[in-house]
Design a protein around this ligand. Sequence first.
Ligand code: RFL
Ligand code: PHB
Length: 390
Amino acid sequence: MRTQVVIIGSGPSGLLLGQLLAKAGIEAVILDRAGKDYILGRVRAGVLESGTVGLMDEAGAGGRMHAEGLPHGGFSLAFDGRDHRIDLADLTGGKGVMVYGQTELTRDLMQHREAIGAATIYDAANVRPHDFDGRSPYVTYETAGVSHRIDCDFIAGCDGFHGVSRKAAPEKSITTFEKVYPFGWLGLLADVPPVNHELIYANHPRGFALCSMRSQSRSRYYLQCALDEKVEDWSDERFWGELRRRLPAHHADALVIGPSFEKSIAPLRSFVAEPMRFGNLFLVGDAAHIVPPTGAKGLNLAASDVHYLYAGLCEYYQDRSSAGIDAYSARALSRVWKAVRFSWWMTTMLHRFPDTGAFDQKIQEAELDYLTHSRAAATVLAENYVGLAY
Ligand code: RFL
Ligand code: PHB
């Protein structure tokens, strides 16, 4: 079999790239080691930048997102028993974010891909990229014990942090940068109305908490937890009690609780691999970088990578120019590092670190105080939160 682009990974970056390429008349096959239901069962991001929203529209898959997503023009920072609203719209000249779950975005992209009859191979075992340094790249994989090979022009490694693409890059050509945080996030999903009409990021002596949502009737909450915590030790009752303690009284009193239907713990990490191109193999999204979820940047960075790669591939096929694909890694990394910085900063400002001394604590308090009293400081936060320009 032969195609123009093999996309490894059917997460949001692989699906978005696949859909954009299809619109441009560029043929792609997507391979994923997991099944469709497994992919749709992962509860992850919830906040989309306007750039991501624009790409969903460009891919022709934005209809349900606009009908059911919740546009937000601000969020709250809660600390010291009070609430401070960051007015994104006012601070950024009318910009905001869209609250729409990654699960739904993925479902929309899968449905649109099925509708155009483009090829996705799920449950593909032992997916391997080959000869991407030469002129004839190809990808091998197995289904039901049978080996297959797809020849192609380019390979897009959209296979997440634990995927095979980054590992295939020659060790001497790749440099990685990493910071592991000494805590995780315990997330809970429940069909109860959100405690507030906008997100609340709470800094509290007992640890960070985040109140988010998926709809007017479905809430997504997170608690900072120790890395050795086990989900089984967190009954719903314990979770709600702890969340209430970490919120200002007026929110704690308004919290509506109910049975959860998903609970999971995610570790927090910053990670970047450089470069993001190895010959005809391109790393995209979590395959190349991870950020802690505090700034809501992971999925949005995956989308901006897709934007740069898609533009480069269009230039290659339509104008016979390699300029775009040659610039891909540098363009993507320049935006990636700014989001890595922002996510690290938000994480540092809002969490309790196990080794925080009195000095660090005072610095954190000064940072929050500065943000609430300086429009310039709040503008920096808002500009990054809504997403830097591509
Ligand atoms: P994904 O979503 O991990 O998809 C990769 C796909 O590749 C497949 N795969 C393979 N296929 C073939 N062969 C192999 N060897 C393979 N290895 C893996 C996998 O099965 C999978 O289907 O990567 P992608 O597409 O780059 O997307 C990245 C996003 O998923 C991620 O950045 C976000 O979820 C991060 N994130 C958030 N991002 C935001 O922009 N806003 C948020 O509000 C936000 N909140 C979050 C988050 C991530 C979280 N967790 C659990 C890490 C909240 C949480 C709790
Ligand atoms: C989410 O709704 O899952 C979410 C929202 C904002 C974040 C991280 C996660 O910063």
